[in-house]
Design a protein around this ligand. Structure first.
Ligand SMILES: Cc1ncc(COP(=O)(O)O)c(C=O)c1O
Length: 348
């Protein structure tokens, strides 16, 4: 029998409450925070502006453009999210000293890498909850930055990582939970920066399809909101690991997935994405072994290192490209470059 009730869900679980978007101008009004914490303003100035690059497609198919997010200062799309979440936490903290702010954040890896830099620069205290498959290079980085880590056994899936952070914040009121799957600044940041940058780079070209892998869904939905404001007909497709698809019923599989993404199990759907289920054309899946192999294929064709979630997006983009006319345009995102451990395993 499929176990469809999450035994660790707290009452009124925020992860399962409806999401309502907040206009970016309001959600991201961080002027005061920037004045109090110039290091945050400096980081903001280095964020984004990443290249929207044409990448290999299939012969005779649609063209594919990918937003190259490793160009962000710490090296992934999560630099944007980390900035917005930290700024939001500092705004709520007001004019109290930053070292009195204690943040607990769960992460698939990249958010922790970016946040650890930001908390060091602003004087906040932070700890992280990560899955036990996190690469050694990330754990060493967090250690060097003085951020304690709780590792959650991978067999329980990413949902257990989220639940652990929720439990820490509930049991220890000194710690404030950074809830990337729920906080509207996540979507607003992608709408205001990632999405509007894509629009600017497109100029008068019309995108037919936007596709992105789903972690919290902040990227998929934030960019979709920006694109739809100008191109109401643009289609959207979500991508999640075959080992843990979006909205998967039953217990999380705990299998290795391509990074940064995945369903939660027990039928729980990411609130940002769930709010847009009706306008998303399809949810597609890619298994980790195939995504991992495609990292190597992309590198061999272009000399560029992309991570496994980028590779998953590339595979799905090519699949759609094959069914679309050469004049059509697909836009996707390449969140990061992958870990040194993955490249060592690929032998490249
Ligand atoms: C490495 C990595 N970080 C972040 C994301 C996007 O996350 P979110 O949906 O939370 O915006 C992805 C999604 O593909 C990812 O692969």
């Amino acid at each position: 029998m499929i176990d469809t009730v999450d035994p660790l869900a707290p009452p009124d679980d925020p992860l399962q409450l409806p999401f309502v978007a907040v206009p970016p101008e309001r959600a991201l009004d961080f002027d005061q925070v920037h004045r109090r914490h110039p290091a945050l303003a400096e980081f903001r100035a280095t964020l984004g502006g990443t290249t929207l690059r044409e990448v290999p497609s299939v012969p005779g198919g649609a063209r594919i453009l990918a937003k190259c997010e490793w160009e962000n200062p710490v090296g992934s799309i999560k630099d944007r999210t980390a900035y917005a979440l930290v700024a939001d936490a500092l705004r709520a903290h007001g004019d109290r000293p930053p070292d009195e702010l204690r943040l607990v954040a769960y992460s698939g890896g990249d958010l922790a890498a970016a946040m650890s830099l930001l908390v060091n620069r602003t004087g906040i205290v932070a700890r992280f909850v990560l899955g036990s498959f996190s690469p050694r290079s990330l754990l060493d980085l967090l250690d060097a930055r003085g951020c304690p880590v709780d590792l959650v056994p991978k067999e329980h899936g990413f949902l257990r990582t989220i639940r652990t952070a929720q439990r820490i914040a509930a049991a220890e009121p000194d710690w404030t939970l950074v809830f990337q799957h729920v906080n509207p600044v996540n979507v607003a940041m992608h709408e205001h920066t990632t999405g509007r940058e894509i629009l600017a780079a497109l100029g008068d070209r019309r995108p037919d399809l936007w596709l992105a892998s789903i972690g919290s869904g902040g990227t998929l939905i934030g960019v979709l909101r920006a694109l739809r404001a100008r191109f109401p007909d643009v289609e959207a497709v979500g991508v999640t690991p075959a080992e843990s698809p979006y909205g998967n019923p039953g217990r999380p599989s705990g299998q290795q997935t391509y990074e940064g993404s995945g369903g939660h199990g027990y039928g729980i759907r990411q609130p940002f994405v769930k709010a847009y289920d009706q306008v998303i054309s399809a949810q597609r899946q890619v298994g980790y072994p195939r995504a991992f192999q495609a990292m190597g294929e992309f590198f061999d064709r272009t000399g560029i290192r992309i991570g496994s979630s980028a590779a998953a997006n590339w595979l799905v983009a090519k699949d759609y490209a094959a069914r679309m006319s050469p004049g059509s345009l697909i836009v996707t995102v390449f969140p990061c470059t992958g870990s040194p451990e993955q490249w060592a395993e690929l032998g490249r």
